[in-house]
Each structure stands twice: as structure tokens, then as C-alpha cells.
Design a protein around this ligand. Structure first.
Ligand SMILES: Cc1cc2nc3c(=O)[nH]c(=O)nc-3n(C[C@H](O)[C@H](O)[C@H](O)COP(=O)(O)OP(=O)(O)OC[C@H]3O[C@@H](n4cnc5c(N)ncnc54)[C@H](O)[C@@H]3O)c2cc1C
Length: 363
């Protein structure tokens, strides 16, 4: 069995690695370096219950995928032989006013089974002294955490290479499934046939969908800052309605993130940087020496119903979509890789795939 994957972001690399662990011969195509798309900008937060108080169909998928993360990271580390920054540091979702306190305390009461607990403003400041102003309390969830997404993806690519996956540094011009074996044609004109082709091209996936002009996946631009953060170190992810902050090793924090519907524009803007810096200043007491190191930008692959697209194409069972993960592609990577591997190997279909079918968008 040989499989071609379009896209070397976290979804393409996680799937390539998982397939190679199952003995499949895999080739990954991407004109950018590994993790050069949205994955590069991601905060890597693994937190099904942050800012997501509506228990829609996405939440159980994120819970399930985050539950796979410990073993996933351990196996990637073992295969790749490299360190990956990964921590279950916990999170605090901060109530900035009475209305937020009211809804967050109710949320905590309803989610004790998920480890959520409400703390008042004083307890919250004791847990995370960097929080500024007069917070009205917050929800603490110890299970939440983060992973360094570009690092994890680079490690996935190394782990996949070790298992024989080939990486071709070329953009794919088209995916053709008119004959029994679908084909990938690169922009340089090289054509290769595969038993299965996986479209994991993030925000660009719709451009490759064979036989349709439907724009089922569209880009939502996000900008994020990395700040130098001298001691004392922040311990937990801090989430507010203005911005979120992820404490990182090596004296840094990430501050995210903007959301703009501006097409395929990947430029860093001063306005977004100012917006994030001002939000961070309003939420945190900055230690002396804190300051901006870099701004990152990425295009989140969004879909009209907010759910990813994972499953076989309407036109051919040999073409599989793994895309549309919007704000949760890092958290959903282990589950997506496993679901796609089941599809490729013809294993029993997981019911989790039902709401994710590409056919709901005519793909
Ligand atoms: C600011 C920001 C913060 C985020 N924070 C989080 C977070 O905390 N937690 C979380 O879970 N998610 C987060 N996300 C979302 C997450 O980053 C994405 O859902 C995830 O990276 C999507 O991965 P992907 O592999 O599908 O897409 P991408 O990483 O975009 O990869 C797609 C790849 O396909 C390639 N490609 C496109 N077209 C072609 C072609 N024709 N031929 C070959 N290759 C092609 C691109 O070059 C790219 O490398 C965040 C996103 C942003 C922007």
C-alpha cells in the first residue's frame, strides 16, 4: 500500500508517522518547510474546556484526542530521539467581571467530572501572582496543557523519516482521481500514482479537492506573540476573553491570538501586535525585562460548521480529506492520524467519523 499526503503541517506529519508505524509506504508533499503553515503559529494549547462552554460535537473529539497525547508524545520522542516541550501545566480561565464570574462559576459546577473547580479572586492570585487587576475568580483545570507545536511536528517528520517516509519539497498542483489509482501532479509537472491520497493541506485544501469548486475550507488569519518573560515563571495557561497566555520553558510566554477573515494574507501587522500587547498588559503584571521577541502568523483552516473534515471524498474512496481543524488542529492531531489510518487500512469505521464526512460539503 502506498499513500501520498499533500501537506506537511501537523495533520500531514502526524498521519504520515502513524501510517508508517503501520507499515504503509508514505510520501509527503509540501512546498514549504515542515510546519510552515498554521502549525508554525500555533500556541499548542491542549484544553478542551477553555473558552468552549458549548458542549457541541467538537468537544468530545478534543477530549478524546487530548487523552491520547501522553502516549503520542512519548512514542514520537522515542522514534525521533529528540526532546519535545510538552506540559500538563493546568489552566486558569479568568473572570474579568461579574457577568463572566457568574457564567464561569456555573460552568465549573457543571464540569467537576472534567476536573474543573471555581476559585475566588484571592485564591486565583495566589495560584498565579502575575494576574493583574481585580479578577473576579476563575476556573482551574489541572489536566489542561500545551505542546510546542512546531517542535512536535518537526519531531513527527523525523520519526516518520526514520520509518521510511519520503518528503518531497514541492507544491502539489492537482489531485486527479479519474482512474482507479489517484495521482498527484506537482507544480514542476511530476506525476505519481498512489493507492490512497490524503489531502491535509490546511486552509488550502479546497483548492485541491478533485471535481469541485466548493470552498469548504477557508482561512482565518491568527497572529500570536512570543514574549521574553524573566522570573518569576508563570505556572499555568491563563485564558481570558481579551487574550490567552501560555507559559513556555526558557523564560518565554506566548500571547494569542487575533482572528481575522482576510483571505490568504499571511503578513504580520502592527495593529495586531499592538492589540495583543495591550491585552496582555491589561491581564498580566509584566515583570521588568519582559518584552516582545517575535510575532507569528498563521491561517487556521476553518469550515462552515466548525467541525473538521475527515473522511473519503465523494468522488473516490481513494482520496481522503484530513483538514478543517480550525483552532484545534494540534489538539486533534493524534485522533485525526488514528482515524485516517483506520480509513486507509480498511479497519472498522469509528463512529467519530460520522459528523466529519467531506460529503456534507459536497467534497
Ligand atoms: C495563532 C494561532 C494559534 C493557534 N493555537 C492553537 C492551539 O492553541 N491549539 C490547537 O490545537 N490549535 C491551534 N491553532 C490551530 C492549529 O494551528 C491548526 O488547526 C493546525 O496547525 C492545522 O494543521 P494543518 O496541518 O491542517 O494545516 P497547516 O499547518 O496549515 O499545514 C498545511 C500545509 O499544507 C501545505 N500545502 C498547502 N497547499 C499545498 C499544496 N498545493 N501542495 C503541497 N502542500 C500544500 C502548506 O504549505 C502547509 O504546510 C492555532 C492557529 C493559529 C493561527
Amino acid at each position: 500500500m502506498n499513500v501520498g499526503i499533500v501537506g506537511g503541517g501537523i495533520i500531514g506529519c502526524a498521519t504520515a508517522w502513524e501510517l508508517s508505524r503501520n507499515g504503509v509506504d508514505v510520501t509527503v508533499y509540501d512546498g514549504r518547510p515542515v510546519a510552515g503553515g498554521a502549525t508554525h503559529a500555533s500556541a499548542g494549547v491542549l484544553a478542551p474546556y477553555l473558552g468552549a462552554h458549548d458542549p457541541g460535537p467538537l468537544q468530545p473529539l478534543i477530549v478524546r484526542s487530548c487523552g491520547l497525547f501522553d502516549a503520542f508524545v512519548r512514542r514520537v520522542r522515542d522514534d525521533a530521539g529528540v526532546a519535545i516541550e510538552y506540559s500538563r501545566c493546568g489552566s486558569i480561565e479568568v473572570a474579568l467581571d461579574e457577568t463572566e464570574a457568574d457564567s464561569l462559576s456555573r460552568f465549573a459546577a457543571m464540569h467537576t467530572a472534567a476536573g474543573a473547580r471555581w476559585v475566588d479572586g484571592d485564591a486565583l492570585r495566589r495560584l498565579e501572582p502575575a494576574i493583574a487587576g481585580d479578577p473576579h475568580g476563575g476556573v482551574v483545570i489541572d489536566e489542561h496543557g500545551y505542546v510546542a507545536a512546531p517542535e512536535l511536528t518537526a519531531a513527527l517528520a523525523v520519526a516518520a523519516s526514520v520509518r521510511g517516509v519520503s518528503f518531497i519539497g514541492e507544491r502539489v498542483a492537482s489531485v486527479n482521481c479519474e482512474s482507479a489509482q489517484p495521482a498527484i501532479r506537482t507544480v514542476a509537472g511530476q506525476s505519481s500514482r498512489f493507492d490512497r491520497i490524503i489531502i491535509a493541506a490546511g486552509s488550502w485544501s479546497s483548492q485541491l479537492a478533485p471535481g469541485t469548486t466548493v470552498r469548504a475550507v477557508y482561512p482565518v488569519k491568527g497572529q500570536l506573540l512570543r514574549l521574553k518573560w524573566p522570573a518569576p515563571k508563570m505556572e499555568r495557561i491563563v485564558w481570558t476573553t481579551r487574550c490567552y497566555i501560555v507559559p513556555r520553558q526558557g523564560g518565554h510566554v506566548l500571547v494569542g491570538a487575533t482572528m481575522d477573515d482576510v483571505g490568504f494574507d499571511e503578513s504580520v501587522t502592527e495593529a495586531a501586535t499592538d492589540q495583543l500587547l495591550s491585552a496582555a498588559h491589561s491581564v498580566l503584571q509584566m515583570p521588568s525585562g519582559a518584552g516582545m521577541v517575535e510575532a507569528r502568523v498563521g491561517l487556521r483552516p476553518a469550515t462552515l460548521d466548525g467541525l473538521p473534515i475527515v473522511g473519503c471524498s465523494r468522488t473516490s474512496d481513494a482520496v481522503i480529506f484530513a483538514t478543517g481543524h480550525f483552532r484545534n488542529g494540534i489538539a486533534l492531531a493524534p485522533l485525526t492520524a488514528s482515524l485516517v489510518t483506520d480509513l486507509v487500512l480498511g479497519r472498522a469505521l469509528d463512529p467519530a467519523l460520522d459528523p466529519l464526512s467531506p460529503k456534507r460539503f459536497g467534497l
